[in-house]
Design a binder for this molecule. Structure first.
Ligand code: CTP
Length: 418
């Protein structure tokens, strides 16, 4: 903040003399100050004084720059972090309100995009005139900070409001606006840092599939959907656009997430292939039935003999299909639920299904599994395996997504895992 660029524009008023001490004080504190003077301002306070105090040439008209290639009103408007018009006479306020650009100061005002401050200084009747008041209102509505003039005896020997604020008040106003601007810039960059998945599309599958036998019966598994739902919530919190392709579960989906309900593995396959077209990250946390009934009956099956043999046919391996048809830049994460030889079995799945990453857990480990709110997993990558401690499913969701982002950006996954 100490090296903020402050542009000060002086228009014609006896109050111009007060700007000398303001420029002196700001420069001593390390601010970079540049000054524009209108012709009338220069008659009240010579450019030489302000040049000496700001350690820089004073700009008095559009064509007096030493550097001919420089267009002063554009260069100065780009340079400024804050633009103070002080003293602001009735004329410059009227020109600013109307967008008139007929000299260097008014052209620079029109080109400026930084925070604007104005310290009016004029005769009380000029200040109270409805035209001036309307101009001030217009500028205020456009976001200008108006530093009200004080009441008192004016240079024109009339008493009333119109005396420009004191240099200390101008300095305080400048610092307040710079601090506010700085705080909003910091909060913008904090928001960006907090939302690393902004602009990314994340597709998560979750929960079990149900393979129907007849209108009464189905084959399924114990998946609660908790881990997939926690990943969807984490993706939303990290700023992503999230689609949750979900089998039948009893938990509520996170707000702000698109839900595509499915029942069977074939439904899931159709939904995932559709969603994968536009996805940056795909996470297959669903517990997919490997087989479905060869025959599905429209009517309830009646019991007959002492034994019953039902024929099953294999379901498509959705993750393997997604892995074989990965889009450029897409990152694919699979899950593996094992009961023995966790790392070895999981590595075979990672490689055979062409995943970038696989989250493996052992159903028999305490704190891991279907119905819990926690998980203990290993993360497998093409070149390494990481064993994580007990995590809540939501914390694990954040780790998985940040790791996928590192993989997509070609960064080391190390930082995301710490
Ligand atoms: N998966 C899939 N389609 C299937 C079966 C599994 O997309 N038909 C996905 C799961 O969502 C999971 C990963 O593949 O991300 C591993 O699932 P898992 O059930 O652990 O392994 P399987 O491949 O089914 O192998 P196995 O049953 O022999 O352990």
């Amino acid at each position: 903040m100490e090296s903020a660029h402050i542009l000060i524009g002086l228009s014609g008023s006896i109050a111009a003399f007060k700007i000398a001490s303001l420029v002196s004080s700001l420069t001593k504190q390390g601010y970079e100050v540049r000054v524009i003077e209108t012709k009338h301002a220069a008659a009240f306070l010579g450019p030489l004084t302000l040049a000496a105090l700001s350690h820089h040439d004073v700009y008095t008209d559009e064509f007096n720059g030493a550097n001919e290639a420089m267009i002063p009103h554009i260069a100065l408007s780009r340079w400024a972090d804050l633009f103070l018009i002080a003293p602001a006479d009735a004329n410059i306020l009227a020109k600013a309100a109307c967008g008139i650009a007929d000299d260097l100061l008014s052209s620079t005002i029109l080109a400026a995009t930084c925070p604007m401050l104005a310290a009016p200084a004029m005769n009380v009747h000029m200040f109270e005139n409805i035209a001036t008041q309307n101009n001030l209102k217009t500028l205020h509505e456009r976001g200008w900070h108006i530093i009200d003039p004080a009441y008192g005896m004016l240079a024109c020997q009339e008493a009333g409001q119109g005396r420009m604020a004191e240099p200390a008040d101008l300095e305080a106003a400048i610092k307040a606006v710079l601090a506010k601007n700085d705080a909003s810039r910091q909060s913008e960059s904090r928001q960006e840092a907090d939302l690393p998945l902004q602009g990314k599309r994340v597709v998560v599958s979750a929960g079990p599939t149900q393979e129907s036998l007849d209108p009464v019966r189905f084959m399924s598994n114990h998946s609660s959907g908790k881990q997939g739902y926690a990943i969807a919530k984490a993706a939303r919190d990290l700023g992503a656009t999230v689609t949750l392709v979900s089998g039948p579960v009893t938990i509520a989906p996170p707000e702000g997430v698109e839900v595509v309900p499915i029942v069977s593995a074939l439904d899931l396959e159709k939904a995932m292939l559709e969603q994968a077209e536009m996805a940056d990250f795909i996470i297959m946390a669903a517990a997919v039935a490997d087989y479905r009934f060869k025959d599905q009956h429209d009517q309830k099956m009646k019991k007959s003999g002492d034994t019953l043999t039902l024929e099953l046919v294999k379901n498509p391996d959705i993750l393997a299909h997604l892995g074989a048809n990965k889009k450029t830049g897409q990152i694919l994460c699979g899950f593996a639920m094992e009961t023995e030889n966790l790392d070895a079995n999981a590595r075979i799945k990672l490689e055979s299904k062409n995943c970038d990453m696989l989250v493996a857990n052992n159903l028999h480990t305490k704190g891991a599994g279907f119905q819990t709110d926690t998980n203990i997993v290993s993360l497998l990558f093409k070149d390494r395996t990481e064993h994580l401690d007990l995590q809540t499913k939501e914390a694990l969701g954040h780790i998985i997504l940040k790791t996928m982002l590192s993989l997509q950006e070609g960064d080391s996954v190390h930082a995301a895992l710490r």
